[in-house]
Design a protein around this ligand. Structure first.
Ligand SMILES: NC(=O)c1ccc[n+]([C@@H]2O[C@H](COP(=O)([O-])OP(=O)(O)OC[C@H]3O[C@@H](n4cnc5c(N)ncnc54)[C@H](OP(=O)(O)O)[C@@H]3O)[C@@H](O)[C@H]2O)c1
Length: 275
């Protein structure tokens, strides 16, 4: 039995758009899909989706349009010819971008009578619809309250503020943390590999448990300012970072892979100099 009667149109059937549409279909939502290049909707159509042949047609078929395209430029390009159909309607943008782009998009669509919620997907296609997935939303609270149950099948809905830029802001910041973690892991494995260590054993028995142990401390201690609290002992940390960089040099690991270490070392040295 359907508990939410909102008909949802998904614009964009890349890896993420297909995952979003699939999760909504699985939950019994009525879904219409559109993609710029044809041929990406077949599997979704077999699962019950309708395919629209134009953006305007897709928007007309739904009560709610959800956009998940490559970037802000592709969103603008796609929506511009369909502003008449969008007027008076509701749109959620789950395309990644910057806070400024989200604010400008909110202004542009608002000026054309569109109720708009900005989003940031904290999931990858295989985790969409799973317990771990969550989606950041920003914009009018009343709109979020109405749409959160409708979009619940794609992931836990999490509102981060009235400012439409905040979902993108938190999304980009969280991704920066993730890529920093990835850069650290890449560098660690490169070091072990270069010195003839057993990479698989290192990954499983050292890197993973170590990163798991340190993750809460790292996140809690992240400050972002140039100040480093005394308890972090920046002089000791600077020496530790210099050791890792020397070990990298000895192993012949390219310094390009160690940018995160240089950034931390710069911060620790500034903190020591400020004492
Ligand atoms: N994949 C992930 O792990 C992940 C995670 C979180 C957030 N996201 C975000 O989700 C969004 C979509 O990612 P994705 O993985 O689905 O990317 P993707 O597989 O590369 O798909 C890109 C989509 O954008 C469309 N597109 C590109 N340029 C266009 C244009 N000028 N006009 C109309 N459509 C255009 C493509 O259409 P065509 O098929 O016609 O080229 C396709 O539907 C991105 O903003 C991404 O950052 C992705």
């Amino acid at each position: 039995m359907k508990t939410h009667h909102e008909r949802i149109s998904i614009l964009g059937l890349g890896a993420m758009g297909r995952a979003l549409a699939g999760a909504l279909l699985d939950s019994g939502r009525e879904v219409t899909v559109w993609n710029r290049i044809a041929g990406k909707a077949d599997e979704l159509v077999a699962r019950g989706a309708r395919e629209a042949s134009s953006v305007a047609g897709a928007i007309g078929a739904g009560d709610l349009a959800v956009v998940c395209l490559l970037d802000d430029a592709s969103v603008r390009e796609t929506l511009a010819p369909a502003l008449r159909e969008l007027a008076g309607g509701t749109l959620v943008n789950l395309t990644s971008g910057s806070a400024r782009q989200a604010r400008e998009l909110a202004g542009w669509l608002g000026g054309h009578g569109v109720r708009f919620l900005a989003g940031g997907i904290m999931a990858v296609p295989p985790t969409v619809g799973t317990d771990g997935a969550f989606i950041l939303y920003s914009g009018a609270r009343d709109l979020f309250d109405r749409l959160a149950p409708v979009l619940a099948p794609i992931g836990r809905s999490h509102w981060v503020g009235e400012d439409p830029g905040f979902a993108a802001l938190y999304d980009m910041a969280a991704l920066s943390g993730m890529y920093g973690m990835g850069a650290g892991a890449d560098h660690a494995v490169a070091l072990v590999h270069a010195e003839g260590g057993d990479v698989e054993t290192f990954r499983r028995e050292v890197l993973q448990p170590w990163m798991e142990q340190m993750l809460p401390i790292t996140v809690a201690g992240a400050d972002g300012r140039e100040t480093v609290p005394d308890e972090f002992n920046p002089a000791m940390q600077a020496t530790g970072l210099e050791n890792i960089l020397s070990a990298s040099g000895e192993a012949g690991v390219p310094t390009d892979l160690a940018g995160h270490l240089n950034a931390s070392l710069w911060r620790m040295r500034r903190a020591v100099a400020a004492r």
